[in-house]
Design a protein around this ligand. Structure first.
Ligand code: COS
Length: 374
């Protein structure tokens, strides 16, 4: 049912605007609000906290349907569901959930996740942002970059050092609302892909955050970030599957209709070869994604499975969209045919929420430490 809702919404409401919002780098406020009304912004969050009471499987099938049509909408959806609502639901106090979860899981407000810094990308524990305790507050100072939905969000989950000497065990997590003095958005990036989703730089200058708004214990922040990204990567895998599937569908349609040497190009073996490879890789990526989602839903360890799904799906999205442009030939290179948007959107799935290289590192570490890859 969730899949059908997402598919119908994406076809009817998103498809007509997808090219325009990409071209103009325009955040799609109306359709994002409608995603909230349809229950797509907090799919796996309990209904008591504004969510849909679904599960991770429901979440990934919905993300795939939306990404098939517009990867920007899928990115906005994925960040709110997995990187913001999920950790607040998992680590928040009841009071925090009332204020920082219910309006977000229902999509009335948007949340974002703010970990990355100029010197802390893949090396995520190398945080410079400081949170210094001052009575019943912390004072935050620092700069965060590449924050998806950073400009549009009403609250950010922010990671900062509370005790630099303790390294990753000295990082803590904070929920900070927009409008808090000292918290500002200083830049929005102009990007290659997912152009309708905003990617912002956030600045914290003597920003006072109540101790009550710290998520989890002091020093637990890095583990919260890592556990959150484990789940987030399943959503990005689903986004990558959707991007690949969308480009593949365009390619099949084009291969049926475009003629060369007197026959539809789909009858040429070299085109068939590309389409068959695309379909096979997409199916494999989808199954890895569903498997990771199922492991999460059934309470089993899922980090390496999520890394495998994200790695394979992202590489598949890049390969499939590259071949999809190739199937379209010169028409694939021009904006009118849409497929170039999928090609540009695919690239970020190999980078954000851990590059493909970081996914390999996570998978290899688990293998070498002798535990199951699941
Ligand atoms: N869940 C819970 N805890 C985890 C964890 C996970 N998935 N992964 C690591 N941890 C814990 C470890 O158990 C360790 O705890 P102790 O210090 O108590 O032993 C701690 O975190 C540090 O782990 P580790 O030594 O593995 O950290 P590293 O600095 O080597 O970093 C990687 C590990 C590279 C995997 C991590 O930094 C990473 O994921 N980087 C990519 C970040 C990313 O995805 N950025 C995108 C941001 S969103 S666009």
């Amino acid at each position: 049912m969730i899949q059908a809702v997402a598919r119908e919404f994406a076809d009817e409401a998103v498809r007509p605007i997808a090219a325009d919002i990409d071209r103009d780098a325009r955040f799609p406020r109306d359709t994002v609000r409608r995603m909230g009304e349809l229950g797509l912004m907090g799919i796996a969050i309990p209904e008591a906290y504004g969510g849909s009471g679904g599960d991770t499987i429901g979440y990934v099938v919905a993300v795939e349907e939306v990404a098939k049509v517009c990867a920007s909408h899928a990115a906005i959806m994925s960040v709110n569901n997995s990187l913001y609502c999920d950790p607040v639901a998992k680590f928040g106090t009841d009071r925090q959930k009332q204020r920082f979860l219910a309006p977000y899981a229902s999509g009335v407000k948007l949340g974002c996740f703010s970990l990355t810094e100029p010197e802390a990308g893949s090396d995520a524990s190398n945080q410079s942002t400081l949170a210094v305790r001052d009575g019943d507050h912390y004072v935050l100072d620092g700069r965060k970059i590449f924050v998806t939905t950073g400009r549009e969000a009403s609250a950010a989950l922010v990671f900062a050092q509370t005790d630099r000497a303790k390294g990753n065990r000295g990082i803590s997590a904070f929920l900070v609302e927009k409008g808090t003095p000292g918290f500002s958005v200083v830049k929005t990036e102009d990007k290659l892909g997912i152009r309708a989703s905003d990617t912002a730089e956030l600045l914290f200058e003597r920003c006072r955050v109540p101790v009550a708004d710290r998520l989890g214990d002091e020093g637990q922040g890095f583990k919260i970030a890592m556990a959150t990204l484990d789940g987030g990567r399943i959503g990005i895998a689903a986004q990558a599957v959707g991007i690949a599937a969308g480009a593949y569908e365009l390619s099949v349609a084009y291969a049926r209709e475009r003629k060369s040497f007197g026959i539809p190009i789909g009858q040429h073996q070299m085109v068939q070869w590309m389409l068959a490879d695309m379909a096979t890789a997409i199916e494999a990526a989808r199954l890895l994604t569903w498997r990771a989602a199922w492991l999460k839903d059934t309470g089993q360890p899922f980090g390496p499975a999520a890394a495998m799904a994200k790695l394979y799906a992202a590489e598949t999205a890049m390969k499939v969209t590259t071949d999809a442009v190739q199937v379209h030939g010169g028409y694939g290179f021009i904006k009118e045919y849409q497929v170039e948007r999928y090609f540009r959107d695919a690239k970020i799935t190999q980078i954000y929420e851990g590059t493909s290289q970081i996914q390999k590192l996570i998978i290899a570490r688990r293998l070498l430490h002798g535990t199951s890859a699941a």
